[in-house]
Write a protein that binds this ligand. Structure first.
Ligand code: ZN
Length: 478
């Protein structure tokens, strides 16, 4: 039912109730008593309206935190927080982690900062029955690949639909791919950098959402929820968000990563990524007397192995949609020896059964080639990341869809032909998490921008998912 119809009904009923109260003998003698009675009736009807209209109820509740959410976002993007390809942790990230730690402590919540700068918060359940442990994650670093220090955010209220012209010859244009989502933001609030740096919505938006979520729980301890675990990771933009996550007790049974794009997008599935390292070991010696001294060159067998394991039909350029691929990524000579060759092969795919079969075939091919050339071939496999769909909570999709419906946000389900942070967490034995939109657009670019409304919708989702999980019976997936 629309808000306006409720208002009309409230107005009509308050008149009826007031008359009924008078008829029942309650005869307000002063105008303030009359006002109080009317207010009481209106409050009751409003509450009933909220209960019957959960979208409106949630939005009314969450709206009080909306200004805070944007304020936080503008604060966090002003922090220097770049990660580095060469340093274990940057001083800027350490500083940011300390500030976030202090902010969570000031909320009165138990927070841990681990040796390798992961922030972890656990909020005990306030229910009498068990429900699945809910986990939320985000990352507080920004990419080292582009200027990201001293960000000067520009808040554009009531966006007019025109191209947004920034310094540094940067334009976010609704007619171009970098502004394709802008037309939906007319009349709304958009945030950009000044054009000389990225904005840092990736993942300043996710951190703002989860910090505001924590504030909401701290200030509303009676809102029903099960056990909740939150982790804020460093080094995500250099591919190391999962590196020391085991330092925290983060072990949810259903989980969501707040680091997605815009427009209600949820990534529920991604590639499995396996790195297969084959080492071909020949025998060193002088080539001229190879027949006598046993010298074996490793490179002819290595080339044959690479070509057979990664045939043309499995190359990335023939892979679209749900197809995977096998790529001979590069070859190297460890120690510069001609008698040793290393092949780095990348397998990508949604289906682990298909990938297991590729590995079996590769082992058979390797055995034949080793025999043919009289060399040794060994294989090592590294799981770089895994498909979250293969290990997510059995009711994750149903819960997510219901949570979107209850938040009044349209869901836009996606699969990613790439990895996600959650997919890296899975390699550490964690449950597969969906990646939730946060309002980020054009990450890792000067034209990066934020939809404030999407960030608010994502915050709504953090509450709505929590509400939905609190209704579930417990089911352990791990
Ligand atoms: Zn990110």
């Amino acid at each position: 039912m629309s808000f306006h119809r409720w208002k009309l009904i409230v107005a009509l009923l308050s008149t009826v109730c007031f008359t009924a109260a008078q008829a029942a003998g309650f005869n307000p003698s002063t105008s303030s008593e009359q006002t109080e009675l009317t207010n009481r009736v209106v409050r009751k009807i409003n509450n009933a309206a909220s209960a019957k209209d959960p979208i409106r109820g949630l939005r009314t509740f969450a709206s009080q935190y909306r200004p805070n959410l944007l304020k936080r976002f503008l604060t966090y993007v002003s922090y220097n927080r770049q990660s580095s390809e060469t340093e274990q942790i940057t001083p800027d990230q350490i500083e940011t982690a300390k500030k976030l730690y202090a902010e969570i402590q000031a909320m009165g919540l138990p927070v841990t900062l681990t040796e390798h700068h992961y922030l972890f918060v656990e909020i005990p359940s306030n229910l009498t029955r068990k429900v699945p442990v809910l986990g939320y994650s985000a990352h507080y670093d920004v990419t080292p690949g582009i200027e990201a220090d001293n960000v000067k955010a520009r808040v554009i209220s009531n966006y007019d639909g025109k191209p947004i012209v920034l310094e540094n010859n940067q334009v976010i244009d609704p007619a171009q791919a970098n502004g394709a989502y802008l037309p939906s933001q007319v009349g709304k609030t958009v945030v950009t950098s000044d054009g000389n740096t990225i904005l840092g919505a990736d993942d300043g938006a996710g951190v703002s959402i989860l910090m505001t979520f924590l504030q909401t729980l701290a200030e509303n301890p009676k809102r029903p929820h099960g056990k909740i675990q939150i982790v804020l990771a460093p080094n995500e933009d250099v591919g190391r968000a999962a590196e020391f996550v085991e330092e925290t007790p983060y072990k949810p049974e259903i989980a969501f990563d707040f680091d997605g794009g815009s427009g209600g997008r949820v990534i529920i599935e991604n590639f499995n990524a396996r790195q297969e390292i084959f080492t071909v070991t020949g025998v060193p010696g002088h080539q001229s007397y190879a027949a006598e001294n046993g010298y074996r060159n490793a490179w002819t067998p290595a080339c044959e192995l690479g070509a057979q394991i990664c045939p043309e039909k499995l190359m990335p350029n023939f892979s679209t949609g749900r197809d995977g691929y096998a790529e001979l990524h590069h070859m190297s000579a460890p120690g510069g020896k001609v008698s040793m060759a290393e092949l780095d092969i990348r397998h990508r795919g949604f289906d682990t059964n298909v990938m297991d079969q590729w590995e079996k075939n590769a082992d058979e091919i390797a055995a034949k080639i080793a025999k043919k050339y009289d060399v040794k071939i060994s294989r090592k496999m590294i799981d770089n990341y895994k498909n979250v769909a293969e290990c997510s909570h059995p009711k994750a999709l149903e819960i997510t869809q219901t949570a979107f419906t209850n938040a009044g946000v349209n869901i836009n389900i996606e699969t990613a032909r790439a990895g996600t942070t959650a997919a890296m967490f899975v390699t550490k034995g964690l449950v597969g998490a969906y990646t939730i939109f946060t309002g980020q657009n054009n990450p890792h670019h000067y034209t990066e921008w934020l939809s404030e409304e999407d960030m608010f919708h994502s915050y709504l989702l953090s509450l709505s998912i929590m509400d939905e999980v609190a209704k579930q019976p417990v089911t352990c997936t791990k």
